[in-house]
Design a protein. Structure first.
Length: 103
């Protein structure tokens, strides 16, 4: 896959992730503007090394959004209701205070 195709794929992936992560949050959905600004500001970049570096940064941001962001809704003056997405809910593994020793 060429670099132009990778950049376009990352652009689309970031916007899809933004729509999923910030669903029903019009203020947060404005992250669209920031994504577009970042891509426009680097539009004339020609160095393959710099482009790969920017692609890596964008991919890391997408991964962080997809795996770490949870929506919170103000329900009362001092209360937030967390709304995790299904892909963030994982099976809870109990904590073991005394780890088992290998013999």
């Amino acid at each position: 896959m060429g670099q132009a195709a990778k950049v376009l794929q990352l652009f689309k992936t970031l916007h899809r992730t933004r729509q999923q992560v910030f669903k029903n949050d019009t203020r947060a959905l404005e992250a669209r503007i920031k994504i577009n600004e970042e891509f426009k500001s680097n539009k004339s970049e020609t160095s393959p090394k710099k482009i790969e570096e920017l692609i890596k940064i964008g991919s890391d941001v997408e991964l962080l959004l997809r795996t770490s962001v949870i929506q919170g809704i103000h329900t009362d003056h001092n209360t937030l209701k967390l709304v995790p997405r299904k892909e963030l809910l994982v099976e809870n593994v109990p904590y073991c205070d005394a780890p088992t020793q290998k013999q």
